[in-house]
Design a protein around this ligand. Sequence first.
Ligand SMILES: Nc1ncnc2c1ncn2[C@@H]1O[C@H](COP(=O)(O)OP(=O)(O)OP(=O)(O)O)[C@@H](O)[C@H]1O
Ligand SMILES: [Mg+2]
Length: 165
Amino acid sequence: MSILSVEMIDVNKWYGDFHVLRDVNLRVARGEKLVICGASGSGKSTMIRCINRLEEHQKGQIIVDGTEPTNGLKKIHEIRRDVGMLFQRFNLFPHLTILENLTLAPIWVKRMHKKAAEEVAMHYLHRVKIPEQAGKISRPTLGWPAAACGDCPLAMHEPEDHAVR
Ligand SMILES: Nc1ncnc2c1ncn2[C@@H]1O[C@H](COP(=O)(O)OP(=O)(O)OP(=O)(O)O)[C@@H](O)[C@H]1O
Ligand SMILES: [Mg+2]
């Protein structure tokens, strides 16, 4: 029996009068990799934001690992622990170092020890060949290192096999 990681059933969302998601149906199996393509402004990011409930949809069902995130804050937290999202504009905290940006969520959300979180973060910074950036403040002007670091928080998330990107 295939286990669905994400299931969307007739999902509709509006921003005011603007009908941004219209009858979206999607089934993503565990381990499946899926690319969602579409014109700019067609609603790809909105759809992903709805999956981990950064946005609310008004109609239809979204089920993540058998759970509907609409069912209370606890469920939403559970889902956010496993659904990673790489933001288009990286969204790093500009007053924190790269290392602090990478370790913030694992320490606060996953209750990882600081040292362990830093070890994992350094592992990924080595993987993207910018370990020397660890102690630097993550200004948006950082250029390509910011892009590489933008990807690291998702990797830090260590999603099992159902990261939505
Ligand atoms: N918070 C919001 N309030 C009102 N309208 C919004 C909001 N966020 C997005 N939109 C609008 O919804 C539509 C879909 O936006 P979205 O960012 O999901 O598109 P996208 O497919 O991810 O585009 P891109 O390829 O440029 O990233 C766009 O017309 C956008 O202007
Ligand atoms: Mg987008």
